[in-house]
Design a protein around this ligand. Structure first.
Ligand code: ACO
Length: 329
């Protein structure tokens, strides 16, 4: 009889730059207020990389913590998947940069550009490769230096974003636990609701003179809000159904930390009470692909997860892209 294998998360880690940017700091940059930011987003402060702190540096720091928890050596990793939209370079991939810094000498590597849903895309890819039998030990990272693509003259976006990284080691298991189901989806028709208009091959930096060109995130926030609640809610119900679970089985909902009101509305749509929704947006703001793995690392390290608990992760971002995963710890 064929043995059933799937992916199981055996190590988690995260890293946040030490420099804090408070709402009072934002008040000095744009026409905003601490009261508006708190009540409309739930954010109190966010982190910002130092000038010489790279996206890959955060990814590596988060990954060493995950590797230590999993008790793995760098040469044991067979695949590295990095979710990021703020790579160190256009070429090579951030995964290749991280591979070099960590000595992951036996790994295949890839970057995933699925914005805030990048980490859950990575988890799904890891689980699928493990189920296929091709790889057994995979490192998945969500990492963003969003402050490098933030327009600090645009109050609609600049108060939201921060830097950070999270990582998970996914290993094969034959036990009755691990990644139960994943669901990925996108809709490119609405790309311009949340995008970086310039700097790609259509309009490379050399196209512009005198500081023209928009190399920063532009977002139609209220439209994105509406889609985020519907799609994260429905994707989450879908993965629960695929795993044969009910919303009442969920120990923790770990939603993308984009906005406290989005998280509350999504939880309501799924049917999960607010005390089972993990939130750290107050401390870090929106860190895109890093937000779900940072939340995962914190909920685990705070001792809030026991063997057998059900974790439901969900994220939504530019593309538009969205994803959910159900995990039995
Ligand atoms: N301070 C004060 N006022 C502000 C600010 C600010 N920082 N930002 C916007 N406003 C104003 C607007 O100008 C507008 O004023 P007007 O009515 O005079 O034009 C008013 O507040 C309301 O604006 P809305 O955009 O309708 O406000 P909303 O309640 O929707 O909140 C927000 C805006 C926080 C951006 C919200 O829409 C949101 O969180 N959207 C989703 C973000 C998200 O999930 N992104 C996905 C992932 S991000 C990624 O992929 C990198």
């Amino acid at each position: 009889m064929m043995r059933k294998i799937n992916g199981r998360i055996t190590g988690v880690g995260s890293f946040l730059p030490s420099h804090r940017v408070t709402n009072a700091d934002m008040e000095k940059l744009v026409d905003t207020s601490d009261e508006w930011i708190r009540s409309r987003t739930g954010i109190l402060e966010r982190r910002r990389c130092a000038a010489d702190e790279r996206n890959s540096d955060m990814a590596v720091a988060a990954s060493w913590r995950a590797m230590e928890m999993a008790n793995l050596r760098p040469e044991e990793i067979e695949l590295l998947v990095v979710g990021t939209v703020t790579p160190d370079y256009r070429l090579p991939s951030t995964a290749c940069v991280v591979q070099k810094k960590m000595g992951l000498v036996n790994a295949a590597t890839m970057d995933i550009a699925a914005a805030c849903a990048g980490f859950i895309h990575g988890l799904s890819i890891a689980d699928s490769y493990i189920r296929s039998g091709q790889y057994r030990r995979i490192l998945v990272i969500g990492t963003e230096k969003l402050t490098s693509v933030t327009n600090y003259r645009d109050r609609n976006t600049c108060v939201l974003f921060g830097d950070g990284a999270g990582a998970a080691v996914v290993e094969s298991t034959e036990e009755d636990r691990g990644i139960l189901s994943t669901f990925l989806r996108s809709d490119g028709r609405m790309a311009e609701l949340l995008w970086i208009p310039d700097g790609g091959s259509n309009t490379p930096p050399q196209t512009f003179e005198n500081g023209d060109g928009n190399f920063c995130i532009e977002m139609t926030g209220s439209e994105v809000f509406r889609h985020a609640v519907r799609q994260m809610g429905d994707a989450s119900l879908q993965v629960l159904k695929m795993a044969g679970l009910e919303p009442s089985d969920v120990t923790w909902l770990l939603p993308h930390q984009a906005n406290i009101r989005i998280m509350e509305s999504t939880a309501k749509r799924i049917g999960i009470p607010s005390e089972r929704v993990f939130m750290n947006i107050a401390k870090y703001g929106n860190t895109s692909s890093a937000s779900v793995p940072i939340a995962l690392d914190e909920v685990v390290r705070e001792g809030k997860v026991e063997a057998g608990d059900i974790l439901l992760m969900t994220a939504f971002g530019g593309g538009l892209t969205w994803a959910s995963a159900a995990v039995k710890w």
